[in-house]
Design a binder for this molecule. Structure first.
Ligand SMILES: [Zn+2]
Length: 380
């Protein structure tokens, strides 16, 4: 029988808690207890329905932070899971369970790596902290940002941060995230005049008059991206008009769209360009737009932390990681603006948010080694 590593053991305990956003199910309490034994000072925060924690050992700089979320997305249809999603189950070298990749396995690796590191280097320099939230998969309004506000108020600024999001593709460490694109959503309402389809001269069809405008948004080239960021993309995500009867021209069209944008373009520039297109298509007088700017882009260029992470991966795995900025946004967007060097490194993301979410068992142990080596490089 194989021995179960400490990281897999801890991941098993975390997966057993069905912590669907924002319900933490005491995952943070469990982690805090483990860290308190190692000499960490624990602060728990309740922000609305969200649990957050800041758990730190040491008072000195540099301050290294592991950031992560204890919440998971819902399971979807339980019938389509091969195993109970809340009982971590091993099969053919893979561990199955909701949140094992995103990101309970990664959090377990962080805690065990820290325990190993402190055992070997009880007098390490600087400080280590954990920033935990139960609101990453949800609106992220009362999560990491609330802890960051407190840290800012008391001038406790992390020097380096590793976010444990599942960054890898095929093998742990083959890809790290060095930044993320920004996210801008627009909800546009275009008004017409309702009428009978047989009397179109008495009505004003909001869909007909919006087609050119929407076509222009779809075919627009927003920018060329940068060396490290892909070009800005536009996607329509929701479209609604009429549908009540086959003989009515509806009075209104609602379209929701989202832009993922590179740092060479700002959200304000995108807003201006889209509002100008409305004017150009003479739709500005019969429309309104609501903008939701949920994420600014962030980026950690080549520098100390990024170099150290790359070198650790090379040392342990023999290959160089790809540094990329693809994928959705992450809580790194709240931390990086403090001036903190920030990298995302975690297990493979192939099955995240899917039924039968899984990771290779050995990836959890390899990640634990990577995290421990990184701590050794940074804090000894
Ligand atoms: Zn995640």
């Amino acid at each position: 029988m194989k021995t179960i590593s400490k990281a897999v053991q801890l991941a098993t305990e975390l997966v057993a808690r069905p912590s669907i956003t924002p319900d933490d199910q005491d995952c943070q309490l469990l982690l805090a207890e483990r860290l308190a034994i190692l000499g960490f000072k624990v602060e728990h925060f309740q922000d609305q329905s969200v649990k957050n924690a800041w758990i730190r050992k040491g008072k000195e700089n540099p301050l290294f932070v592991f950031a992560g979320h204890t919440d998971v997305v819902p399971t979807g249809s339980r019938d389509l899971w091969h195993y109970d999603p809340f009982i971590l189950t091993e099969s053919d070298g893979f561990l199955y369970g909701r949140g094992i990749a995103d990101m309970k396995g990664n959090i377990a690796a962080m805690v065990i790596a820290t325990a190993h590191f402190i055992e070997k280097h009880p007098n390490h320099k600087g400080s280590i902290a954990f920033l935990l939230t139960s609101d990453e998969e949800g609106p992220a309004i009362d999560g990491t940002i609330k802890v960051i506000d407190r840290l800012k108020a008391r001038q406790e600024i992390p020097t380096w941060c590793v976010v444990g999001e599942p960054s890898s593709q095929d093998k742990v460490g083959d890809t790290i995230k060095v930044g993320r694109r920004g996210s801008l959503t627009g909800i546009i309402t275009i008004r017409g005049i309702q009428g009978h389809v047989a009397y179109p001269h008495l009505a004003d069809n909001p869909m007909h008059k919006s087609f050119n405008f929407l076509q222009q948004l779809i075919s627009e080239s927003w920018d060329e991206g940068t060396a490290e960021f892909p070009p800005t993309t536009f996607q329509m995500v929701h479209c609604q008009s009429g549908g009540e009867a086959s003989n009515i021209i509806p009075e209104e069209l609602k379209v929701q769209f989202n832009l993922r944008y590179a740092p060479c373009t700002t959200a304000n520039q995108l807003i201006e360009r889209i509002e100008n297109k409305l004017k150009f298509n003479q739709l500005n007088h019969c429309s309104s737009i609501q903008w939701v700017h949920s994420a600014k882009p962030f980026f950690t260029g080549p520098g100390f932390l990024r170099d150290q992470v790359v070198q650790v991966i090379q040392e342990v795995t023999g290959f160089s990681p790809k540094c990329c900025t693809s994928g959705g946004t992450s809580d790194g967007r709240f931390i990086a603006p403090l001036g903190t060097e920030l990298i995302e490194l975690g297990v493979c993301n192939r099955t995240i948010h899917q039924m039968n979410e899984c990771v290779k068992r050995e990836d959890i142990d390899d990640l634990t080694i990577l995290y421990e080596r990184l701590l050794t490089r940074l804090l000894t």
